[in-house]
Ligand binder design. Structure first.
Ligand code: FES
Length: 147
């Protein structure tokens, strides 16, 4: 059901932890399953993401996607980081089962929330970045999923 890459990132997640005095922190949750993800970004004066760490209280797919998402945003500038969508993360993991797609949305939204936090602290606007949702199900259509 899960690809080798998903299993690898779930069993050996990269970048777990916190960043003290992070440039931006974003926390999002999914009220349906109760899973929560927090992303910390360390951004340098050239707006490059120097480091990224995460803490996820959630399912295996959420842990694998947070791990891959942190790997993908490292070294990118804050605008390029927006290209790390849930689709990009899923592709990098060679796919996720359909019922687990929503888990990858947590990673995308947590990165957006951390970038938003950074932008607010620095009084800048990041083109294409919208105010983050605190619950990824806000404004989403009811899906039929089994838990
Ligand atoms: Fe909740 Fe995966 S994030 S089940």
């Amino acid at each position: 059901m899960y690809t080798e890459k998903v299993m690898d990132h779930f069993q050996h997640p990269r970048n777990v932890g916190e960043i003290e005095n992070a440039s931006g922190v974003g926390t999002v949750g999914n009220a349906k399953c109760g899973d929560i993800m927090r992303i910390y970004l360390d951004i340098d004066e050239n707006e490059i993401i120097r480091d990224c760490k995460f803490k996820t209280f959630g399912c295996g797919a959420a842990i694998a996607t947070s791990s891959m998402a942190t790997e993908l945003v490292k070294g990118k500038n804050i605008r390029e980081a927006l290209e790390v969508t849930n689709k990009a993360v899923m592709e990098a993991l060679d796919g996720l089962p359909p019922v687990k797609v929503h888990c990858s949305l947590l990673a995308e939204e947590a990165i957006h929330a951390a970038l938003w936090d950074y932008a607010e602290k620095h009084g800048i606007k990041i083109e294409g970045l919208d105010r983050p949702k605190s619950d990824i199900h806000e404004g989403e259509e009811e899906e039929e999923e089994e838990y």
